[in-house]
Ligand binder design. Structure first.
Ligand SMILES: NC(=O)C1=CN([C@@H]2O[C@H](COP(=O)(O)OP(=O)(O)OC[C@H]3O[C@@H](n4cnc5c(N)ncnc54)[C@H](O)[C@@H]3O)[C@@H](O)[C@H]2O)C=CC1
Ligand SMILES: Nc1nc(O)c(N)c(N[C@@H]2O[C@H](COP(=O)(O)O)[C@@H](O)[C@H]2O)n1
Length: 252
């Protein structure tokens, strides 16, 4: 990153710079890049580089400003991300991976082995299945810390971990600020639980089309059918060709 300091608007958006986190969860920043038609990936989930150089630098600054960065297992499998920005502060990579599908050859583990990334935490559901226990041993041998997240009820959809338990598990392990990068299902889950304190969206001036991947959000209307406001706008910045918008949650 060429600039010696982060873009100034980030400080106004990031709560964790000025207040302690709640007792049961970290401060949560949700951030992602989307097209004009609200797609975050291409057909069949193909990774798209939507952010231009300058907004990508902003995202990399954001990474350095959080204790940990979380992605869903599909993003880890599809994109094989690195989630770091050496030589700056290295955030803790966290993968939400209920059934332990993360490959031991992924870049997150290779970076940890090569000392260019911190030890990845892999959040899963408890299981006594022998194939699961073998995958757990292999991930731990490769350097991952595997953390079992308690399920809240038998109703939990298969493969999904409850967001409040994920956040509680991270907070009790010392994560005070969490950056959530995606993908689509993780974005939807975190928004649905109303646990997003800061939302930073990069909009790239492209149209992906209906085959692209967008995130779904459950309908939430007031009794008279109005859309309920969840965020207030904090700042809009043009970075290269992209528009970066930041929002703070409105307390209920
Ligand atoms: N444009 C951008 O900024 C970004 C785009 N992406 C894109 O997103 C796509 C992946 O998105 P998705 O397929 O939706 O996968 P995802 O990365 O959101 O992972 C979803 C999977 O995580 C597991 N999971 C466990 N607990 C969960 C919970 N509480 N909520 C949701 N998932 C939970 C489930 O197995 C679920 O299928 C990729 O194509 C990737 O390129 C990913 C990150 C950022
Ligand atoms: N900010 C942003 N803009 C895009 O255009 C993107 N495709 C993403 N994707 C996220 O970045 C991860 C890849 O990161 P590394 O450079 O490998 O560290 C990818 O997995 C998504 O989480 N983000």
């Amino acid at each position: 990153m060429a600039d010696p300091t982060p873009p100034t608007f980030l400080a106004a958006t990031l709560l964790h710079h000025s207040t302690p986190p709640p007792a049961t969860r970290p401060h949560v920043t949700l951030t992602f890049a989307q097209s004009l038609d609200a797609k975050i990936a291409g057909a069949q989930g193909r990774q798209l580089i939507l952010s231009g150089k300058q907004s990508m630098v902003m995202t990399h600054w954001l990474r350095t400003l959080h204790d940990a960065i979380l992605v869903g297992i599909n993003t880890a499998l599809n994109d094989d991300p690195q989630l770091n920005e050496p030589p700056h502060h290295l955030p803790r990579p966290v993968v939400v991976d209920a059934r332990l599908r993360l490959p031991v050859t992924c870049k997150l583990l290779r970076n940890f082995q090569g000392k260019t990334g911190r030890r990845p935490w892999v959040l899963c559901a408890a299981s006594l299945n022998s194939a699961f226990l073998e995958r757990k041993s292999a991930l731990e041998a490769a350097g991952a810390r595997v953390i079992e997240i308690p399920l809240q009820s038998d109703e939990q959809p298969e493969g999904r971990l409850p967001v409040p338990s994920i956040l509680h598990g991270l907070r009790e392990r010392g994560v005070n600020s969490l950056m959530v990068e995606g993908g689509a299902r993780i974005i939807a889950s975190f928004l649905a639980e109303s646990v997003v304190d800061a939302l930073i969206v990069t909009v790239a001036p492209v149209l992906v089309g209906e085959a692209g991947v967008g995130y779904q959000y459950p309908t939430s209307l007031s009794e008279n059918g109005d859309v309920l406001p969840k965020f207030k706008a904090i700042h809009t910045e043009t970075l290269g060709q992209d528009t970066v918008m930041s929002f703070a949650s409105i307390p209920w």
